[in-house]
Write a protein of this length. Structure first.
Length: 345
């Protein structure tokens, strides 16, 4: 008898225990009529999620990392304890709606060229989260990324598949790592998530590598997952930090896939766009009423940080990959009492 689970659900937690509780409840009470396992790794936050899991979800395999390994390495570490034929990488601030997991698994199993699938991500109000969609980055779509431009040219950001309502799976360039299901053999063949990305762009990198290996990525409009949105990144970093870190991750992706010259032009163009936005924010600040001036000041601070990054003045961004890799290499694994596992330095 085959005891291998059909699906391994891997969740990286960082100060999200309350969201994690709701996420797991949606999984275990959902319409999932096949075998699956859940592996949760706490990325050094020690927020009590291990104790919560022991009491409320003892069937979950739990791992404790001593440091924040980042999204990519955290998922890779948890993957080592999984056994499913397929893998679902899921953010803790999500909730699975109805038969979403079954629908995603069915498409992955029944579509020969499907290597990766992703659902329709919606907010708590059930509106589609268009800003969560990913695409292969270019200088143009990164520099011109804004709410208005996404409405005018949705295809540049992969939003054309979101706009098309259909029960048929649609081929997409990228689906977000917020909820990404992948065949186990594809994940292994692609070399897992690239640990060079501490946060952001690891989903783009994985989908790109899968495509080069001959696999397609599919978006499923009729599989719905609620995403409460950016909880972990909000807790770890302010908006300025996240804005810079996202662009640093894109730059690293472009170096690998487009070359250093292209990445250099991206950085320079990003700096020029950031400079223009700082000036615009200053102008709007002068014209704004006192209550709204704080918003324009915050926006100006964010774009000032992005401008500093483009000039090479944010050195910490360059060191993230080395810091994360160093933390991961120092880990020692100790098996604790099943189903709990613990990673210790």
């Amino acid at each position: 008898m085959d005891t291998q689970p059909q699906l391994s659900i891997i969740i990286v937690n960082w100060h999200s225990a309350e969201y994690l509780r709701a996420c797991l409840a949606s999984i275990f009470t959902g319409e999932c009529d096949f075998s699956f396992e859940v592996v949760v790794i706490d990325n050094g936050s020690y927020d009590g999620c291990g104790e919560m899991l022991r009491k409320e979800f003892p069937q979950v395999c739990f791992l404790q990392a001593p440091h924040n390994l980042g999204f990519a390495e955290g998922n890779n570490s948890a993957f080592a304890f999984s056994a499913g034929r397929n893998l679902l990488f899921l953010n803790p601030d999500t909730e699975v709606v109805g038969p979403a997991l079954r629908r995603m698994t069915d498409v992955l199993v029944s579509t020969p060229d499907a290597g990766i699938v992703g659902p329709r991500l919606v907010g708590p109000d059930f509106r589609v989260q268009r800003n969560c969609m990913r695409c292969l980055p270019t200088i143009l779509n990164q520099v011109l990324d804004a709410s208005l431009s996404r409405k005018i040219v949705p295809k540049w950001w992969g939003l054309d598949v979101v706009a098309r309502k259909s029960h048929q799976a649609a081929v997409a360039e990228v689906v977000p790592g917020t909820c990404l299901m992948v065949r186990r053999e594809v994940f292994v063949e692609a070399g897992l998530f690239n640990p060079a990305y501490f946060l952001y762009a690891e989903d783009v990198d994985l989908c790109c590598k899968a495509r080069k290996l001959g696999w397609k990525t599919y978006y499923l409009d009729d599989a719905m997952v609620i995403h409460h949105g950016g909880r972990s990144s909000q807790l770890q970093h302010d908006g300025c930090y996240s804005a810079v870190l996202m662009r640093e991750s894109v730059r690293r992706f472009l170096i690998t896939n487009r070359g250093r010259a292209y990445a250099f032009v991206f950085r320079a163009a990003t700096g020029a766009a950031a400079f223009c936005r700082v000036l615009a924010c200053g102008g709007f600040w002068l014209l704004a009423t006192r209550p709204s001036r704080q918003l324009w000041r915050a926006a100006a601070n964010k774009w000032t940080r992005v401008l500093r990054w483009s000039l090479g003045r944010e050195a910490w961004a360059e060191a993230l990959g080395a810091r994360q890799s160093s933390a991961a290499s120092s880990l020692q694994v100790r098996r604790a009492e099943s189903p709990q596992q613990q990673l210790r330095a």
